[in-house]
Design a protein around this ligand. Structure first.
Ligand code: KG4
Ligand code: ZN
Length: 403
C-alpha cells in the first residue's frame, strides 16, 4: 500500500490531496483520504483573468493552511509527541540552510513552514507528487519549491507530474464519483485511447498508446477553447471564468427566438488534420457585436450569442475528436480539463460516440474533478509517465505531453 500527498499550483487553484493506492498494475484501487482545493477565482475576477504575480502570492499564503487541512482530513495531522517522528527534530542545521535556500524566493511560505509544518509529526506518506508544468511559471515554482521543502523536512521522495496527465487520468474515476464514497477500483482503459484535453491553456487531441505514452495528434494553433469561452464571456460582460457562465446563459436561449439570429463560423472544421483555431471564432464574435450592438442590450440577445458561440466551439471539438477516434481506431475515448465540465460538449460527445464509434468505449470524468485539483495529480503520479522521483526538479511552464 502506498500513500501519496499531491500538490497542484499551476494556475489559480491551491490544491493538496492525500490518496492511498492498493494493488498492482490494472488491479489497482484507490482511496481518497482528502482532496482540498482553495480557489483564487474571486481575487483574479477583478482583473478579468489570472494575474501570475498575484497567483504566486496567494499560493504562498494558502499552501500551508491547505496542507494542514488535507492532512487533518486524512487523519495524518499529529502534533509532535514522544511516539512520533517530529518534523522539527528531523531538520538539523545543515538542512535548515538548504530549506532557506529552496524557499529563497518564497519568504512568506518559508516563514509559514517554520511556524507550522515543523511542529507537526512526519505524516505517514510514502511520496510527494507535484505538478511541475505546464502552467504559469511563478505559480508552478511555488508548488515545486514547497514539494522540495517538504521532501527535505520529511525525508520523502518527490514525484514530478505533468498537469495534463492529471486531466487525462480523471477519467479513471467513475463519472458519478463523490469524495464521500471515496474508495474505488480504477476503471480499466483499453488501449489505444484518445483524450481530448480542453482547458484554459490547452486544446489538444492526445493519442495514448498505453499508460504514460502519448502523442499529440493535433492542437490549437492559437487560443485554447477555455480561453475563447473566457474572452467571449468578457465581451458579453459576464465575468471570469467565462466557461460556466456562457454555458448557463446559453441554456436559457430559446431557439425559436427569431428576433436574435446569429450564425458564427466553425473554424477549421473541414481541414484535413486535427488542428484547431479558436482565435478566429472569438474575433468573429467581436466583429458581430460591433455591428449588432442591440444584442448586448438584453439577456436574450446575449444568450443568443452565448448559445451560437458554444455550439460553434462544440461542433468543431466534437467533429474532429470523433474523426480522430475513427482514424486511429481507438478502443477508449475520453475528455479532460476545465471545459470537459461543459454540458453540451459532454452530451454531444456521448451521443456521437455512441452512434458513430461502435468499438470504442467513451468515458466522462466526474464534473467535480474537471477543474484543477490535486487528486488528479496524485492519480497521474501512479499511472503517468514521470514515475521516477527526482532530486533536481524545476518548474517547466511549457512542458509538453509528447511529440
Ligand atoms: O483545466 P482548468 O481548470 O485550468 C487550466 O488548466 O487551464 O480549465 C479552466 C477553463 C477556463 O477557461 C474555464 O472558463 C473553462 O475551463 N470552463 C468551462 C466550463 N467550466 C470551466 N468552459 C466551458 N464550459 C464550462 N462549463
Ligand atoms: Zn488544468
Amino acid at each position: 500500500m502506498t500513500k501519496i500527498l499531491a500538490i497542484e499550483t499551476s494556475c489559480d487553484e491551491t490544491a493538496i490531496a492525500v490518496l492511498e493506492v492498493k494493488g498492482l498494475g490494472i488491479s489497482k484501487s484507490f482511496r481518497v483520504l482528502s482532496s482540498v482545493v482553495s480557489s483564487q477565482v474571486a481575487l483574479h475576477k477583478k482583473f478579468g483573468g489570472v494575474v501570475p504575480a498575484l497567483a504566486k502570492r496567494e499560493h504562498q499564503r494558502n499552501l500551508v493552511p491547505v496542507l494542514l487541512k488535507a492532512l487533518r482530513e486524512a487523519g495524518f495531522l499529529e502534533l509532535e509527541s514522544k511516539n512520533t517522528e517530529p518534523g522539527k527534530k528531523s531538520v538539523n542545521n545543515s538542512k535548515f540552510i538548504i530549506l532557506n535556500s529552496i524557499l529563497e524566493r518564497e519568504p512568506e511560505l518559508l516563514s509559514r513552514i517554520k511556524k507550522s509544518v515543523l511542529n507537526i509529526s512526519v505524516p505517514k506518506i510514502d511520496a510527494i507528487a507535484v505538478t511541475y508544468g505546464p502552467g504559469l511559471a511563478p505559480a508552478l515554482w511555488v508548488g515545486v519549491n514547497f514539494a522540495k521543502a517538504l521532501s527535505l523536512i520529511w525525508n520523502k521522495p518527490v514525484i514530478p507530474v505533468n498537469h495534463l496527465e492529471g486531466h487525462i487520468y480523471t477519467n479513471l474515476l467513475p463519472v458519478n464519483w463523490k469524495i464521500q464514497n471515496s474508495g474505488f477500483r480504477i476503471q480499466n482503459f483499453l488501449f489505444p485511447a484518445l483524450c481530448l484535453i480542453v482547458s484554459g491553456g490547452h486544446t489538444e487531441l492526445v493519442f495514448i498508446k498505453k499508460y504514460g505514452s502519448y502523442k499529440i495528434i493535433g492542437e490549437t494553433l492559437d487560443d485554447a477553447a477555455g480561453e475563447a469561452f473566457d474572452k467571449v464571456a468578457k465581451m458579453l460582460g459576464l465575468g471570469y471564468p467565462g466557461g460556466p457562465k456562457i454555458s448557463k446563459l446559453a441554456e436559457s436561449f430559446k431557439i425559436k427566438n427569431l428576433k436574435f439570429k446569429i450564425s458564427l463560423p466553425r473554424p477549421m472544421i473541414k481541414s484535413n488534420d486535427y488542428k484547431f483555431s479558436f482565435s478566429g471564432l472569438k474575433t468573429a464574435v467581436l466583429y458581430f457585436l460591433q455591428f449588432h450592438t442591440e444584442f448586448l442590450k438584453s439577456k436574450a440577445g446575449k444568450a443568443a450569442v452565448a448559445c451560437e458561440f458554444q455550439k460553434a466551439a462544440v461542433d468543431v471539438l466534437v467533429s474532429k475528436t470523433i474523426r480522430a477516434a475513427k482514424e486511429y481506431k481507438v478502443k477508449t475515448l475520453m475528455i479532460g480539463g476545465g471545459v470537459a465540465a461543459n454540458k453540451l460538449l459532454r452530451e454531444r460527445l456521448a451521443s456521437e460516440s455512441k452512434n458513430k464509434l461502435l468499438h470504442t468505449t467513451f468515458y466522462l470524468p466526474p464534473t467535480n474533478v474537471t477543474g484543477d485539483n490535486a487528486l488528479m495529480i496524485g492519480i497521474a503520479a501512479v499511472f503517468g509517465k514521470n514515475k521516477k522521483t527526482r532530486r533536481e526538479l524545476r518548474a517547466e511552464p511549457n512542458l509538453r505531453l509528447g511529440s
